[in-house]
Design a protein around this ligand. Structure first.
Ligand SMILES: Nc1ncnc2c1ncn2[C@@H]1O[C@H](COP(=O)(O)OP(=O)(O)OP(=O)(O)O)[C@@H](O)[C@H]1O
Ligand SMILES: [Mg+2]
Length: 274
């Protein structure tokens, strides 16, 4: 799967230009985090990827087909979008109905739907909640119900809008496992996040947005080493990365073991010189 944006701009009906001139290509089973300050245009960009919003300038193609050629319902089979707020997404009486709704709507047979419900319930930890009303779920469970409903469509790419927002520690761990499983199945995962620890732990590529434009696009190590540029979008690297940068370690580290290793490297380097 290939999603290509060429000179994409987007203006809301109010006249506000939320995306300026975006050129990006997402391909294969890449995992991509989109970060940047509030109002940078992340959600507006993410909603273009399956046609919830359509470019007002430029072109967006999915596997070479222009987004305008199909409806959002048709694109949802290829690219799923998980809303930041599950209340914007969930509207049925039970988790099971939420899970079954999308695939049933596109004619998936009941045996396949049942098989997918079992799998998705286990991935999202909602095995015992299938007959519960979504309104009676905890905030974390609700979030997973929204995620599960999108996975049920078996799309090639899944876009998560701030999936860690409101999660507890166990929820974060489950999300990590769920994304790992989706990546293992060859799916493209794209997530908007303000949680830099989550970003560096789960994604191979980071796109930084600022005022409707892409500020930096690269591997996490490349992106988080550019502290001065990042400040333009009020993004600060993860805490351990900042500590390492603060003590002058040149290598960009994301974990405590990497930090310790970098300190050892500096120490053995200075011992060798003395
Ligand atoms: N429906 C709308 N009508 C008019 N302007 C909007 C609308 N939705 C968003 N905007 C504006 O477009 C800009 C980009 O908004 P967007 O929601 O894409 O930002 P974001 O990067 O997702 O921010 P956040 O991190 O707060 O979720 C902001 O200035 C926002 O106020
Ligand atoms: Mg947003």
């Amino acid at each position: 799967m290939k999603i290509e944006l060429s000179n994409v701009g987007y203006s809301y009906k109010s006249g506000h230009q939320a995306l300026d001139d975006i050129n990006l290509c997402f391909e294969g089973d890449q995992s991509v985090a989109i970060i940047g300050q509030n109002g940078a245009g992340k959600t507006t960009l993410a909603k273009q990827l399956n046609g919830i919003l359509r470019p007002t300038q430029g072109t967006l193609t999915i596997d070479g087909t222009e987004i305008s050629k199909r409806t959002t319902a048709q694109w949802s089979k290829r690219v799923g979008y998980v809303f930041q707020n599950p209340d914007d997404q969930l509207f049925l009486e039970t988790v099971r109905e939420e899970f079954a709704f999308g695939p049933r709507n596109i004619g998936v047979d009941e045996a396949t739907i049942d098989y997918r419900i079992d799998k998705v319930a286990s991935l999202t930890g909602l095995q015992d909640k299938l007959d519960v009303h979504p309104a009676d779920l905890s905030p974390t469970e609700k979030k997973f119900c929204g995620i599960g409903a999108v996975i049920m469509m078996d799309p090639d790419a899944i876009v998560f809008d701030e999936p860690t927002c409101g999660q507890d520690y166990a929820g974060d761990a489950r999300l990590h496992d769920l994304i790992a499983e989706l990546k293992h199945e060859g799916k493209m995962c794209i997530a908007i996040s303000h949680d830099m620890k989550f970003v560096v732990a789960n994604f191979d590529r980071v796109v930084v947005m600022c005022q409707g434009n892409v500020l930096i696009d690269g591997k996490p190590e490349e992106v988080f080493s550019q502290v001065d540029v990042l400040q333009k979008s009020y993004v600060t690297p993860p805490p351990i990365t900042r500590v390492a940068q603060g003590v002058g370690i040149e290598k960009t580290v994301f974990t405590v073991p990497q930090f310790v290793e970098a300190i050892e490297d500096v120490r053995s380097g200075s011992e060798n010189r003395s």
